[in-house]
Design a protein around this ligand. Structure first.
Ligand SMILES: *[C@@H]1O[C@H](CO)[C@@H](O)[C@H](O)[C@H]1NC(C)=O
Ligand SMILES: *[C@@H]1O[C@H](CO)[C@@H](O)[C@H](O)[C@H]1NC(C)=O
Ligand SMILES: *[C@@H]1O[C@H](CO)[C@@H](O)[C@H](O)[C@H]1NC(C)=O
Length: 381
């Protein structure tokens, strides 16, 4: 009871402070409570009153005190100090004002810990300058306070990017090329580098056109944002890497258009997966153009063991076999469905033999990982 009451007062006090500090429209429950007024509402208890006056009336002794009054637990505070030791000696006034700002946004202590964890210097940044204008813009963009807060916890830099020279122009740029604000929200959430790294040069726009992805396509926003945050050299490297497997530049760009995420795979990953698909599975390269998902499979967990099992089934003369189009279907199945369809459909002794072979094929993974220290680079064909 006592601690709840203290917490209540602390909360009201801080909330009031944050309302003073920010210029949000005041609603009925945001009146400024003085510490004393709130105390008189509580059952009289000397000890409690002393404590409350001690908490509210005094100035905080140090930054730890500031965090504690703001609502951080001892664990939160130790996490914060571990991540950014300089905060132990932070200027109390500045710290209080930053924290009030953040409280006004609806941030709580667990959100604060996450923010400090990913941006240790965040509380030393000038987040208060021009804050109202920025918040108004961002709240409109995200559509709600809740979503904005979520975005800020994921990417605290939303409060520190240069608002006029970076945030606004970047959002306007995307609108100009046909990515609406609404479509941009999930992109902003999933790609924290979107604002600082976006550039859409004429060359990049030409690539986007050549991928053939239409502005109405669900993939358009992905295509545009991935190209916008990639360096031109990187895009070229990835193009050339796929061309080595016999595709023309337009075929590769078409592949990007159908499956923009191929552009997020590293040159190395594409090479290893392509090499397996072509070299070991003996599938034609052109199949990757129609089934880009082949590039996304985990080689060691799905592609290789299922392929090895297919060989075993053929060798044992069993039906159904996993070949031709059935192979593509089989690769996309969940583990359970795959085993039901091709392994446990046989008599017990056969099932056991197949299962052994499948498990062995997966076990190779561990051995392979142990020797993976020195990954072979370069082109194997
Ligand atoms: C007043 O506080 C003391 C010490 O915390 C506690 O033991 C006591 O139960 C409280 N009295 C009332 C009426 O809340
Ligand atoms: C902190 O706020 C987030 C929303 O921003 C919420 O999901 C979470 O439950 C809150 N945590 C606590 C301890 O109140
Ligand atoms: C093939 O690509 C997928 C998706 O990126 C990845 O998880 C897998 O590890 C890759 N395989 C190899 C051998 O790199």
């Amino acid at each position: 009871m006592k601690s709840r009451a203290v917490a209540l007062i602390k909360f009201r006090f801080l909330f009031a402070a944050s309302q003073n500090f920010l210029c949000f429209p005041k609603t009925s429950n945001t009146r400024v409570y003085s510490g004393i007024a709130a105390i008189t509402l509580l059952p009289v208890n000397e000890t409690l009153e002393e404590k409350v006056v001690g908490e509210v009336g005094d100035h905080p002794k140090n930054s730890e005190d500031v965090f504690r009054r703001w609502g951080c637990t001892a664990t939160d505070i130790s996490r914060i100090f571990r991540r950014q030791p300089a905060l132990r000696h932070a200027d109390i006034g500045h710290l209080q004002s930053r924290l009030s700002t953040l409280r006004g946004l609806g941030l709580n202590s667990s959100g604060l810990v996450k923010i400090i964890n990913c941006r240790p210097r965040f509380l030393s940044c000038h987040i208060n300058h021009g804050l109202d204008e920025r918040l108004e813009f961002l709240t409109t963009l995200f559509g709600s306070r809740e979503l904005l807060l979520k975005a800020i916890v994921r990417n605290p830099s939303l409060l520190t990017y240069d608002f006029h020279n970076r945030v606004k122009p970047v959002i306007a740029l995307y609108e100009e090329v046909g990515v609406s604000r609404k479509e941009l929200i999930p992109m902003l959430m999933s790609r924290p580098t979107l604002i600082p790294r976006t550039s859409l040069t004429e060359e990049k726009m030409e690539y986007i056109r050549r991928t053939g992805v239409s502005k109405d396509s669900k993939m358009y926003k992905h295509m545009v944002t991935i190209i916008a945050i990639s360096r031109l050299e990187t895009i070229r490297e990835k193009l050339v890497n796929l061309e080595k497997f016999g595709f023309s530049e337009d075929e590769v760009l078409g592949l990007f258009g159908r499956s923009p995420f191929v552009l997020t795979l590293s040159v190395d990953k594409v090479q290893r997966n392509m090499t397996f698909v072509l070299g070991t599975m003996k599938l034609p390269a052109s199949l990757v153009l129609s089934y880009p998902f082949l590039l996304f499979f985990n080689l060691e967990n799905i592609l290789k063991p299922r392929f090895i099992l297919a060989g075993k089934i053929q060798e044992m003369g069993l039906e159904p076999q996993i070949k031709g189009p059935a192979m593509l279907t089989a690769l996309r199945m969940t583990e359970k469905r795959f085993l039901n369809a091709f392994v446990s459909c046989h008599p017990m002794d056969v099932t056991i033999e197949l299962m052994d072979s499948y498990r062995n094929a997966k076990d190779v993974k561990r051995l392979a990982e142990a020797s993976k220290k020195n990954p072979r680079k370069g082109f194997p064909f």
